[in-house]
Write a protein that binds this ligand. Structure first.
Ligand code: CP
Ligand code: NVA
Length: 312
């Protein structure tokens, strides 16, 4: 087998496409969003199927991909960790080799990013990362579209993320830095972005800074973003994490340090009044519900882009 290079036809990380392709997907998503208001859909999948594989729970990703695939004229086949034997008798590469014979695109939510690279090297069809422990690039695309809608521009904006430097902070942070933002991530000591992620931001047109103090990150920010303190798979650490992250709540008092028109963001699901105050979630400054909606539009645009790649 002669695998296509992952960056040619997969979306495993937010840096897989260059800035021009990324921006074109965001702009196409905005166009699809506007067409959808008039009931217009592009049936590019033309009866072909898309596999959705979940090792972890999901609401937004599951529903937005299912609806999006239907709107593109395709069918969804849903699989999960519990009704397959991936990693428990069948390896990810073999699983993807078979799926790729049936479906046009594979969408996978997994624990390990490595599972995705194994799938991508054997699938013969595009593989989309629907969240791993390390990355959440579809969320990042939706976040970029949301910021573009709210603020008009991303380049030069200060973006503050308050919380753990894991999947969402990594993907949204790097994607926004690629599009020219100044990204600040505030995390408790030991819970920040991995060193290699900070290194991978070097050379992007924006920049990524890590700090400890949420106020330092949020100072003058146009966007303040947070995520759960207890990600999927970390449930056993929940109690300890609540103590470690106690000073990292995004609330009205922290927002006083941000720009007066700052936008509040959260990828959801949120633990209300833990990492974010419920009042902020429904405040006019909140773009949280738009972020969730925009998953649908960016993922349709992403699939349309990936359909250009040849099927092996
Ligand atoms: N934001 C997000 O990916 O939500 P789900 O976990 O519900 O899919
Ligand atoms: N960091 C969170 C994101 C959920 C969309 C998690 O991994 O559970």
């Amino acid at each position: 087998m002669n695998p296509l290079r992952p960056s040619d036809c997969n979306y495993l990380t937010e840096l897989d496409f260059d800035v021009i392709t990324t921006q074109s997907i965001i702009d196409l998503a905005a166009q699809l969003k506007s067409e959808r208001k008039y009931g217009e859909f592009r049936s590019a999948l033309n009866g072909q199927s898309v596999a959705l594989y979940f090792e972890k729970p999901s609401v937004r990703t599951r529903v937005s991909f299912t609806v999006g695939v239907h709107e593109l004229g395709g069918n969804v086949v849903e699989l999960s960790g519990s009704n397959t034997k991936v990693g428990k008798g069948e390896n990810a590469a073999d699983f993807a080799s078979v799926l790729g014979r049936y479906v046009r695109v594979i969408v996978a939510r997994v624990f390990s990013q490595r599972t995705l690279t194994e799938m991508a090297s054997h699938a013969g069809v595009p593989v989309i990362n629907a969240l791993s422990d390390e990355r959440h690039p579809c969320q990042a695309l939706a976040d970029a579209l949301t910021i573009q809608e709210r603020l008009g521009t991303i380049r030069g904006r200060r973006f503050a993320f308050v919380g753990e430097g894991n999947n969402v902070a990594t993907s949204t942070g790097l994607l926004l830095a690629m599009l020219g933002a100044e990204v600040w991530i505030a995390s408790p000591d030991g819970y920040g972005l991995p060193e290699e992620i900070i290194r991978s931001a070097v050379g992007l047109s924006g920049s990524v800074y890590q700090c400890i103090d949420p106020k330092e990150a949020v100072q003058g920010a146009s966007v303040v973003y947070t995520d759960t303190w207890v990600s999927m798979g970390q449930e056993e650490e929940a109690e300890a994490r609540r103590q470690i992250f106690a000073g990292y709540k995004v609330d009205e008092s922290l927002m006083a340090s941000a720009d007066s028109n700052a936008v509040v963001m959260h990828c959801l699901p949120a633990v209300r009044d833990e990492e974010i105050s419920s009042s902020l979630m429904y405040h006019p400054s909140s773009a949280i519900w738009d972020q969730a909606e925009n998953r649908l539009h960016v993922q349709k645009a992403l699939i349309l882009n990936l359909l250009r790649s040849p099927r092996r």
